[in-house]
Design a protein around this ligand. Structure first.
Ligand code: SAH
Length: 275
């Protein structure tokens, strides 16, 4: 393909990297909504709900590039080539990602590659799942009486098998009074539990497990660190799921009860539909 960049180095089309939020269309930003409505080509991850895609104009082409539901994931290089080609042809390309594009989900890599190819990328924030999920239960991640800050961390082992050092994370969280918000933790729940306990976090540290946050299928359990993986297993909660670990969960749970989202008795609370 011939280069068709403008003399100033800008491509004729526009390219947006947009966060679609945790699922509920009402949690889209106005800017995200406008970008979607201006799209001629939309590339959507599988965590983006159908209602959000329905905001795209009828003339827009929508391409699903996710890997859930047994489908094969579209190779990253292919997605980026497609975006480049479309922008150079003058299209308005919207790359839609669940949550926030720069919180996990590879938005950073994608933006770098596009910029390196001379495409100006306009980034639109989204509400990340790690903020939406606890808020839906009334959990204030940085409640002044319980935490000095929050750490967003992946439960997924890194490339080359280098996983997260959960003992070190526990020590840091205890020393700095941080709430932990763990993404992609379902498949390594038992290592997370063992590591955090091994690093010195209290066995009774409250934990919230929240799946499908903001969607009609949202469900959660409140438990304690020593029962994290057992509770997850018994509840049947599946990905996408956020784990919140820290004393703020206890305070939030009271708010949730006040709001009518009752929790079950005992440390391993029963599964609760959050809505
Ligand atoms: N960019 C996204 C995160 C992508 S990584 C964001 O900012 O939210 C995918 C992980 O996000 C999932 O494994 C899960 O841990 C979390 N996640 C995404 N949507 C979620 C939802 N609606 N409810 C709970 N967790 C969610």
């Amino acid at each position: 393909m011939t280069e068709s960049l403008h003399p100033g180095g800008e491509s004729p089309g526009r390219c947006f990297l947009v966060g679609a939020g945790p699922g509920d269309p009402e949690l889209l930003t106005l800017r995200a909504c406008k970008a979607i409505q201006s799209a001629t080509l939309l590339l959507a991850d599988d965590l983006v709900s159908a209602e959000i895609l329905a905001l795209a104009p009828p003339r827009a082409r929508i391409i699903h590039v996710g890997k859930r539901g047994g489908r094969v994931s579209t190779p990253q290089a292919f997605i980026e080539r497609l975006m480049l080609m479309a922008v150079r042809e003058g299209e308005t390309v919207v790359r839609l990602k669940g949550g926030d594009p720069f919180i996990f989900g590879r938005g950073g890599e994608e933006a770098e590659h596009l910029r390196a190819a001379g495409v100006r990328v306009e980034v639109v924030n989204g509400i990340t799942a790690g903020l939406a999920a606890p808020a839906s239960l009334g959990i204030a991640l940085t409640h002044r009486e319980h935490a000095h800050g929050v750490m967003l961390i992946t439960g997924h082992a890194g490339q080359g098998g280098r996983g997260v050092d959960w003992r070190e994370i526990a020590r840091t969280a205890a020393a700095a009074r941080l709430t932990l918000v763990i993404y992609m933790g379902v498949s390594s729940a038992s290592e997370i539990e063992a590591g955090l306990l091994g690093g010195g976090l209290d066995a009774q540290t409250p934990v919230a497990l929240i799946s499908n946050a903001s969607l009609p299928t949202q469900a959660h359990v409140i438990t304690e660190l020593a029962q994290l993986s057992q509770t997850l297993h018994e509840s049947g909660l599946a990905s996408p799921c956020i784990f919140v670990v820290g004393d703020v969960v206890r305070a939030g749970d009271a708010v949730a009860m006040f709001n009518g989202a009752a929790r079950g008795p005992g440390p391993a609370a029963r599964l609760t539909r959050s809505a």
